[in-house]
Design a protein around this ligand. Sequence first.
Ligand SMILES: Cc1cc2nc3c(=O)[nH]c(=O)nc-3n(C[C@H](O)[C@H](O)[C@H](O)COP(=O)(O)OP(=O)(O)OC[C@H]3O[C@@H](n4cnc5c(N)ncnc54)[C@H](O)[C@@H]3O)c2cc1C
Length: 396
Amino acid sequence: MALDFTLTEEQQMLEEMVYKWGIDWLEPQMEELYEKDEFPPDLFRELGQLGVNGIVFEEKYGGTALGYVETVLVYENIARVSNALSMTVGASQTLCFDNFRRNAREEHRMEVLPRACSGEYIGCLGITEPNAGSDAMSMATRAVKKGDRYIINGSKIFITNAQVADIMLFYAKTEPEKGAHGMSAFWFYPKTTRGFTAEKIKKWGMRTSPTGLITFEDMEIPAENLVGEYNMGVAVLTSGLCTERITLCGCSLGSQRSCLELSLKYAKERVQFGKPISSFQLIQGKLADMYCDYKASKWMAYSAASYCDSLSDKRGGKGTDLDRVSAAALLYCGEKGTKIALDAVQIHGGYGYCTEYAVSRHYLDQKLWDIGAGTSEVRRIVISRELLRDEFKSGI
Ligand SMILES: Cc1cc2nc3c(=O)[nH]c(=O)nc-3n(C[C@H](O)[C@H](O)[C@H](O)COP(=O)(O)OP(=O)(O)OC[C@H]3O[C@@H](n4cnc5c(N)ncnc54)[C@H](O)[C@@H]3O)c2cc1C
């Protein structure tokens, strides 16, 4: 049983490459981009050149056919510089394209995925609606079949990448009277489809990551753009939730790591009462807690990713160990990440409250991980449901 975090040579190279790119290309722009809440348009093409857009995708789609451990590693290393843009990458590559890869028709996969890998296409995923958040199955967006088209009406809220996406994967009710069994998944090209609008939502955190309110108004899409089986949208949706939760842990981990590294450096440099503040035990206590929480979060996230990589069926969902493990990983990373970022700001004093200092961005971004991809409360519901399952015997 290997319990350390020793990376293979290939994983080490991946980590170093992504972090170096983040420091060289992203870091110099981040303060200004964050201030203006602007998304860097070349982000995905840059990542395409690094070869990290389709980490788990098969080579025939232009991917590198690696695993979810490597995906967490990439998201962590982008998030060491920008948690927000790491989330934008996750929303595109994991929430949208990885789910699309699992469930769309082969000819559509061949059409879309190579462009997702090169960075030409950005993706988004639409589940949440103004009146259907945690209770996603109560969604009201309608898809009505008319000949060889579906007519879509409704709205989606808080959609990451909505305004910049080339491809959207979304869910709509096809037979609302059947409840969760009357929902289907679809995809289309938002930039060229009439009846689609995306309005920017202003946020205080996760700035630079575009978030939109989407309206579908008599939007027509080809009937063949149904993803998965008719009325089987729940299967498509749940097949992506576990890998989403696991990989998005990387966003929180990157911020946690930077908060710790930046705080260690600052505490050694900042002198008060004639001594570096790192000599004060109250500061040392915070640093020790940050370290423990980061290490434990890292174990939760990477062990979940490694467990997922070991499974031939990675769909997870209700009644699987993967459901519990992935919800637990993001619950832990989210809550510890919020605390670590708060401590990092505190160690930086007044400077931590200023936008020039990266800890301020990590702090603002981290709170999202108690909310996005199912809130902490929903994750606790999932974990306890799976623990209380009759067949649950393992302590893992
Ligand atoms: C920046 C950002 C990016 C996002 N990106 C996307 C995206 O790309 N695609 C997408 O589809 N969605 C996205 N979301 C939406 C996100 O997944 C939802 O915000 C989240 O699922 C919660 O839904 P809600 O905001 O409607 O809160 P609600 O469901 O209204 O919850 C409000 C509060 O009630 C609690 N609550 C609800 N039900 C229960 C219960 N049964 N028991 C106990 N407590 C409960 C919640 O935990 C929460 O604290 C994003 C959100 C944000 C803020």
